[in-house]
Design a protein around this ligand. Structure first.
Ligand code: SF4
Length: 709
């Protein structure tokens, strides 16, 4: 069915990485009814409260509907598309000419559709000649990408959601899936209820997820690597290793085990280092040892860390050592936060990836150059998010285009990010909402982008499943899809031939063709079987997991049960991890560890969920959660206001006293911005320490102080 049709349109939810299928029906009065798509394999008709209230978020209040340019007086004035696009292109061309292409940058978003992402990457990495293209996915799952590539030779999620139904043990590390991946969590709970699967939660904080767990390990922040090192030692000492798998399909086991013995030599030593009871660690290890069908799921508590890549590697090590990977009900499983974090990875949305899961080797650069007919290929990795904004602060990056994200609220040191962007020579924002912190940081050109329900394309969820997002609303005002906007700028920069797609299906076909170009099984991401889809077939495309090497591909979609890793020798790599710990330990001035994360009913900086009255009821304002003992020590009562400060900033928040908060820790949600709660924007507090491999910032462990206001 098409926009305006009385039949429901099948699309995908724009929030989390579960990637639920949604049916949207437009009534005669223009109202939209939302329901879960029973035919979608991710959710089988279910939706969480965010998905089911999508219909409340579709008003045009606050939407940017026309291109705008900030006049000399600072006032935003409406201009034509032609004037706005000319101005965007002129600025990028001028700065690249005068200061080199690396003085320009794009900052993208896991909210973009794959086709938007593809076109933006192609322009920067192939035609402007810089890899300064990064994305808010850097804050989300970059450590998983780095861990996968280091261990497997490719950014491959080996399993499927079906494994969560078939596992007998589900270990969740740094994941509050009950709030952050609710529909997937329902599948895990259903497995527990119907099949008796055990659930273990490893998290410093007691959450809605741990409330359902058979075992909760309130781990000391920063010590996850030690726990999994201890597990590896335990598996080795109890004869649980799959020696045949290790010998045939891996390298580096002995070194990894030797390091693990230094970090977690015994259950008791591991428990002490992780701040856990010995009996709890013993039970986890016993369950993992005796349960072949084990899945370890991990999310932001693992990824958002200055040692995130090592944490991922410590988990992968345990699955490789037992051969529990790529088989039914087994494997490590990265839960991605955003609806299209995976699609962004597929097109090279990260500054250290090229396209189609290729990196920056000379062979890969040359291959992409030839495929694109690119005149000016980026020859090396670009700057990752935190480093990119440092370069803006220093003035070495002078032109920035932000698409569908709000770095002035969400990046570490958010106040410094705001000030830095205000100093840009050329600052473009394409957004589907108007008043956000980034625009108010001095954006000079605003471009109205199409929002969810108004645009067409694809997204990929956490299990590698590509789903069509379909349009069911007309484009409001002068809004246009992001891929079209970037292509129009590219044409003005002189690249018309390479950027003249008649429709979004043509962009998808090119992306699919690149994935199979000179591939022949050498890369995991291959959807060449979809590269010949007609526009009608693209419109009708059913949700499909990659790889799709041939159109008829119905092969088993799990990876690595029989090895076949994407390293030069086809073997996985065990990793000897560094000693775990926090980058900055609390001290007398900042004695608490500040953790940040999501609330159940809000998404990112609330530009969409903030419109839904139903969702606003769950948490009406930003608050700091604190353990009762710490609250008493700071003379804080529930409902008081407290100032939370770090070396980077200070905010004022309502106090919530919560037994589930670990003593010595504070928790503040990420959703509120300068605009929605001028005093409560937590990004201003977060330190910029990053993981050395992934560049992902440590957003869950900033030393902080709290005092009564
Ligand atoms: Fe949307 Fe995620 Fe909820 Fe599914 S679980 S409806 S994808 S927010």
């Amino acid at each position: 069915a098409h926009a305006g049709s009385p039949r429901p349109v099948a699309t995908a939810c724009p929030y989390c990485g579960v990637g639920c299928g949604v049916l949207a029906s437009t009534g005669p009065d223009g109202g939209v009814t939302i329901s879960g798509d029973p035919a979608h394999p991710a959710n089988r008709g279910r939706l969480c409260v965010k998905g089911s209230t999508l219909g409340e978020t579709l008003s045009l209040d606050g939407r940017l509907l026309h291109p705008m340019i900030r006049a000399g007086s600072g006032v935003l004035q409406r201009v034509s598309w032609a004037s706005a696009l000319d101005a965007v292109a002129e600025g990028f061309a001028r700065i690249a000419r005068n200061h080199g292409p690396d003085a320009t940058a794009f900052y993208l978003s896991g909210q973009l559709l794959t086709e938007d992402y593809y076109v933006a990457n192609k322009l920067m990495k192939g035609f402007l000649g810089t890899a300064n293209v990064d994305t808010n996915s850097r804050l989300c799952m970059a450590s998983s990408v780095a861990g996968h590539r280091r261990g497997f030779g490719s950014d491959t999620v080996p399993g499927s959601y079906d494994d969560l139904d078939q596992a007998d043990l589900l270990v969740l590390v740094g994941s509050n899936a009950a709030w952050c991946h609710p529909v997937l969590w329902q599948r895990m709970v259903a497995n527990k209820q119907s099949r008796g699967a055990r659930i273990v939660v490893i998290d410093p904080r007691r959450t809605a997820t741990s409330a359902e767990a058979d075992l909760m390990l309130a781990i000391r922040p920063g010590t996850d690597g030690t726990l999994f090192a201890g597990l590896l030692v335990h598996l080795a000492e109890t004869g649980t290793l799959d020696q045949a798998y290790i010998a045939a399909h891996t390298e580096g086991f002995d070194q990894a085990l030797e390091r693990a013995r230094e970090l977690g030599p015994s259950i008791e030593a591991t428990a002490r280092a992780c701040g856990l009871a010995g009996g709890d660690v013993r039970r986890l290890f016993h369950w993992f040892r005796t349960t072949e069908r084990s899945v370890t799921l991990y999310s932001q508590g693992v990824n958002q860390s200055a040692q995130g890549t090592d944490k991922v590697s410590a988990i992968l090590n345990c699955h490789l050592a037992t051969g529990r990977i790529g088989r039914a009900g087994m494997g490590p499983f990265s839960l991605t936060g955003q609806p299209n974090a995976m699609g962004g990875r597929e097109v090279g949305g990260l500054a250290n990836m090229l396209a189609a899961h290729m990196g920056f080797s000379s062979v890969e650069i040359d291959r992409v150059r030839r495929f694109w007919g690119a005149p000016r290929m980026a020859e090396r990795e670009g700057l990752k998010a935190v480093a990119m904004f440092d370069a803006i602060e220093k003035g070495t990056i002078k032109a920035l285009w932000v698409m569908a994200t709000n770095p002035a609220a969400s990046l570490p040191r958010a106040d410094a990010v705001r000030r830095a962007m205000a100093g840009l020579d050329h600052f473009v924002v394409s957004e589907n909402v108007l008043s956000n912190d980034t625009i108010n940081s001095g954006a000079r050109i605003l471009l109205p982008a199409a929002a969810w329900g108004e645009k067409d394309g694809t997204v990929t969820n956490s299990e590698r499943r590509i789903t069509r997002q379909r349009r069911f609303l007309p484009l409001p005002g002068e809004a246009r899809p992001d891929w079209w906007i970037v292509a129009e700028v590219a044409k003005r920069l002189g690249f018309a031939e390479a950027f003249s797609w008649p429709d979004v299906a043509s962009v998808f076909r090119e992306h699919a063709a690149l994935s199979s170009f000179e591939n022949q099984g050498s890369r995991d991401f291959d959807i060449g079987g979809l590269s010949q889809l007609s526009a009608t077939e693209f419109e009708a495309l059913e949700p499909v997991q990659w790889p799709v090497r041939r159109r008829s591909d119905t092969a088993d979609k799990r990876f690595f049960a029989n090895g076949g890793f994407f390293t030069p020798d086809g073997k996985a790599r065990f990793i000897a991890i560094e000693a775990p710990g926090l980058r900055t330990e609390p001290d007398a001035a900042h004695p608490y560890v500040l953790n940040t994360g999501r609330m159940r009913d809000h998404w990112h900086t609330m530009t969409r969920t903030g419109k839904a009255p139903t969702l606003g009821r769950h948490a009406i304002e930003p608050a700091v959660e604190i353990h009762p003992r710490d609250a008493a020590a700071a003379s804080l009562a529930a409902g008081d206001f407290a100032e939370v400060s770090t070396a980077h900033g200070r905010v004022t928040l309502r106090v919530v006293i919560d037994e589930g908060q670990a003593p010595g820790s504070l928790f503040v949600p990420i959703h509120w911005t300068a605009e929605t709660a001028s005093h409560g924007r937590v990004g201003a507090l977060v330190q910029p320490a990053t993981d050395p491999f992934s560049g992902q910032p440590e957003m869950k462990a900033t030393p902080a102080a709290i005092s009564r206001v």
